[in-house]
Write a protein that binds this ligand. Sequence first.
Ligand code: NJP
Length: 232
Amino acid sequence: MNRIALVTGANRGIGTEICRQLGQLGMTVILTARDSFKGEAAAERLRAQGLDVRFQQLDVREQASVEEARAMVLRQFGRLDVLVNNAAILLDEGVRFLDISYELLQTTFIVNTFGPFLTCKAFIPTMREHRYGRIVNISSEYGQMAQQTSDTSAYKLSKLALNGMTRILAEELAGTNIKVNTMCPGWVRTEMGGPSADLSVEEGADTAVWLATLPDDGPSGGFFQGREALAW
Ligand code: NJP
């Protein structure tokens, strides 16, 4: 069966690579980005590799933009099978908690945590209707409880909350064939990770693609890195 997948924040980095790997598995991939020019260019690069990749503008901060993406997906494909919540921002690297502004904390949560909330709200109904769904939240080991120290804390808290939301959703969807998992890609060479990071984007995308293609008896409500369970 031809699966339909949507990836947020996919104009660069791990997001583009997840689209590429899902496309290579034969899925129809909706590559989304907030910037249409960058997103269309990324989709075109993947189409040039023979993959079925469509572009749709999606700014995860905007409910109207998420709604438009949902309408387009349902109009063109009638369902969504795989949702990868990848878009994120890291604005407070190394900054102490009491030195961040309220606006920075809000902005970070709006993209990293509330964005996935909006996309899940938008796409879970069609997954329920078609009795299939694989939701992958790209989190971070910075979302682990043990990592909640006073630097980079807006980002860390937003990923901690994303992990909590994953568990809440998994419980709410128990008994359905919709699996929701969260994961850390590792330290990956992207704009966010920087050039000295350990992993290539191919390696960084691997666990996400594994979770996006879980069999019906696969896990839900888990936290993973390198295809292994990670402590909360
Ligand atoms: O990040 P980066 P990665 N609506 O910065 C987009 C996690 N992670 O690929 O700014 C829609 O290259 C942004 O778009 P634009 C990390 O937290 C990474 O490394 O317009 N999209 C870009 O396409 C994240 O969840 C590492 O160009 C929005 C993308 O998000 C995921 O891995 C370690 C947006 C970010 O690309 C991918 O990160 C770790 C919005 N409002 C976790 N705002 C690592 N790299 O080492 C931003 O533990 N974007």
